[in-house]
Design a binder for this molecule. Structure first.
Ligand SMILES: NC(=O)C1=CN([C@@H]2O[C@H](COP(=O)(O)OP(=O)(O)OC[C@H]3O[C@@H](n4cnc5c(N)ncnc54)[C@H](OP(=O)(O)O)[C@@H]3O)[C@@H](O)[C@H]2O)C=CC1
Ligand SMILES: N[C@@H](C[C@H]1CC(C(=O)O)=NO1)C(=O)O
Length: 328
């Protein structure tokens, strides 16, 4: 029997999840829920329904896992705990500083409903978090580095779009090449947040919006921009569509470490991603964790989990026996 999936929130990530489900034969999309008028939202899966978010509660027995594709800045802090009280859920919450608070809220809701909620799934947080953890567990003496881009951060782009007066926006994260080069050379530099990346925003304003106020709100936004040197460009909707239509991204997790009785040997662990489509790749990670949520719930587990709490075998469509055989 297929794992019945619902999508709540139909933006870049929602469309990516719909596409990822198509590539997972053990899953089927049964419904998409949106805050907009369903007549204004066109999906590609002919067998799935499009409903208002208010109707989701009527689908509790028809959906095994609800994937929450809203924005981290303002949607997921409210939506994930709300829907964890009705469904097994997975989200991509990526406001790193607020993950502990989000975990506690989702854990309370999921436990009281007897559901599983896996949060902060994707590549960062997500695959990069796992690789930072593995590298630190293995090389206990060392230095960690994470670099992103040059690419489009969906979280930062979403956060800019939420500012009053902004009609649309894209945010590029740009690594400071000299910093990356120093890490690659094994110089183990001590780098501040500001010394590792810069951020560049391309913003389309609503008619009559105050550009200076919008720029100030972006540059001072805690958790997203306040610790970075940020450049803001105001452009037309046509220019945004013409010059900034893609959502590529990627990055590196590196850990340089020492071993030996006198730390005489050096090692470098590196995990990298090069993504044509940030949302489509993120969605593939999310859909694998939807499979895990389904299986963990079927075992009677309840409460909130992060990627650190999910055994890898839960993610794979292969059985544990097939996985063991695949290691030969
Ligand atoms: N952990 C990770 O590695 C990653 C996490 N993310 C997270 O995913 C989040 C979502 O990103 P993304 O999908 O790009 O955000 P979008 O802005 O595309 O979508 C966010 C929400 O906005 C609404 N929306 C979308 N399009 C429109 C529109 N045309 N008009 C009105 N409302 C619209 C949708 O809700 P509705 O349908 O209800 O209107 C949607 O759920 C990001 O905030 C980020 O935090 C993203 C990438 C990686
Ligand atoms: N969560 C990020 C995924 C990566 C990209 C990123 C950044 O560019 O700051 N941080 O984490 C996203 O929304 O794209």
């Amino acid at each position: 029997m297929s794992i019945r999936i619902g999508i709540l929130g139909y933006g870049n990530l929602g469309r990516g999840v719909e596409c990822a489900i198509k590539h997972n034969p053990d899953m089927e999309l049964v419904a998409v829920f949106t805050r907009r008028d369903p007549k204004d939202v066109t999906i590609l899966t002919e067998t799935a329904a499009v409903c208002r978010t208010e109707e989701a509660k009527d689908w509790k027995d028809k959906i095994d896992v609800l994937i929450l594709c809203g924005g981290s800045a303002t949607d997921l802090p409210v939506q994930t705990p709300e829907y964890a009280s009705m469904f097994n859920v997975v989200d991509s919450f990526d406001t790193h500083a607020r993950i502990p608070e989000h975990f506690a809220n989702v854990d309370a809701a999921a436990k009281s409903a007897g559901k599983v909620g896996i949060i902060s799934v994707g590549w960062d947080p997500g695959m990069f978090s796992l690789n930072r953890m593995y590298a630190n567990a293995v090389l206990t003496e060392g230095c960690d580095y994470t670099f992103w881009g040059k690419g489009v951060s969906q979280g930062h782009s979403d956060a800019v779009r939420r500012i009053k007066g902004v009609k649309d926006a894209k945010q590029y994260t740009i690594p400071v090449e000299s910093a990356l080069e120093s890490v690659r050379k094994g110089e183990n530099p001590k780098l501040t947040t500001r010394e590792k990346h810069t951020r560049e925003c391309f913003v389309v304003l609503e008619e009559g919006a105050d550009a200076a106020r919008v720029e100030e709100e972006i540059k001072t936004m805690p958790n997203y921009f306040s610790d970075y040197d940020t450049t803001v460009h105001f452009i037309s909707e046509e220019e945004l569509k013409r010059d900034h239509s893609g959502i590529p991204h990627g990055g590196f997790v590196l850990r340089s470490g020492k071993t030996g009785w006198n730390n005489e040997n050096s090692h470098l662990i590196e995990y990298s991603l090069k993504l044509d489509s940030n949302p489509e790749f993120t969605s593939c990670v999310i859909v694998a964790y939807a499979r895990a949520a389904y299986r963990m719930a079927a075992e009677g587990q309840t409460g909130c989990r992060t990627v650190f709490d999910v055994a890898p075998a839960y993610l794979s469509a292969m059985s544990p026996e097939e996985l063991r055989a695949s290691m030969l």
